[in-house]
Design a protein around this ligand. Structure first.
Ligand SMILES: Nc1ncnc2c1ncn2[C@@H]1O[C@H](COP(=O)(O)OP(=O)(O)OP(=O)(O)O)[C@@H](O)[C@H]1O
Ligand SMILES: [Mg+2]
Length: 249
């Protein structure tokens, strides 16, 4: 579970079948996911691309236990049917297995970079001494060693996003969900972020599911899935580029 390195590249990490999500708007329902099948493997960076409003964030939420679909099934890690679990067990599943990185960073304004990461580890039951050491190490690994004692207001956008990544990676999650993790960043900061996600897949065997609008990120993907109007249009396996072109131009 925590710190588990036993998962092999290519093993299934998550498999969803027939996901349907509807939202009520006024008296009618709009169907945002129209029977989506989806799977992700350990060691893969799986990119989900598609126009605004096509259902990408909704899909990520349904796969990760954040938003209950009306129909369908999500098998993830050792859980045969995520949405059959109690609310408490779904929370535990997210805590044990999932790291989240969103565009808005979701950092606590009052906490330093190190405290942000330590807080995530403490929720998992890691003691303060070890949490401090691991937080320091993971922040150094994302190049924030000199920034550990700064608060979000004292960090750049790219640095904040790296704190969010450090927080997501610190617990060594099996599943990493990233929703437009580079969209608020300049090319250079965006490149740092996507390289860290690539590394988490390659070196730790995490299954990285990354929503993006940015076609330049495809160079880092093992697989690219296009979604439009709540349906998967295509699903292409590719080999990540050995030397991806720089994101900044
Ligand atoms: N809580 C809600 N109530 C009603 N409609 C919603 C709700 N959440 C999302 N929607 C609608 O569902 C559709 C898909 O939303 P979603 O956020 O999944 O799109 P997206 O592909 O992530 O778009 P973007 O690229 O703009 O982030 C949109 O048309 C949106 O308006
Ligand atoms: Mg979205």
């Amino acid at each position: 579970m925590n710190g588990d390195h036993s998962h092999k590249r290519g093993e299934s990490a998550l498999m969803a079948k027939g996901l349907v999500k509807r939202f009520k708007t006024g008296r009618t329902f709009i169907e945002v996911l129209k029977g989506v099948d989806f799977d992700a493997k350990h060691g893969d960076v799986t990119m989900v691309m598609g126009p605004s409003g096509s259902g990408k964030s909704t899909l990520v939420a349904a796969l990760s236990g954040l938003l209950r679909p009306e129909e369908g099934k999500v098998q993830a890690m050792d859980t045969p049917d995520l949405w059959k679990l109690s609310a408490g067990k779904i929370d535990k599943f997210r805590l044990d297995h999932c790291g989240f990185i969103f565009q808005g960073f979701n950092l606590f304004p009052a906490l330093t970079a190190k405290q942000q990461v330590m807080t995530a580890l403490k929720y998992q039951g890691v003691g303060p001494g070890e949490a401090g050491r691991r937080a320091q190490a993971v922040l150094e690994s994302v190049g924030l060693g000199p920034r550990v004692n700064q608060r979000p207001s004292e960090l750049s956008g790219g640095e904040k996003q790296r704190v969010a990544i450090a927080r997501a990676l610190a617990k060594n999650p099996n599943l990493i969900f990233a929703d437009e993790p580079t969209s608020a960043l300049d090319g250079k900061s965006g490149e740092v972020v996507i390289r860290l996600l690539r590394q988490a897949a390659t070196e730790r065997g995490a299954a990285v599911i990354c929503v993006t609008h940015d076609p330049r990120l495809e160079a880092y993907a093992d697989r690219v899935i296009h979604i439009e109007d709540g349906r998967i249009l295509d699903d292409v396996r590719r080999t990540p580029d050995a030397n991806p072109p720089p994101l900044s131009h």
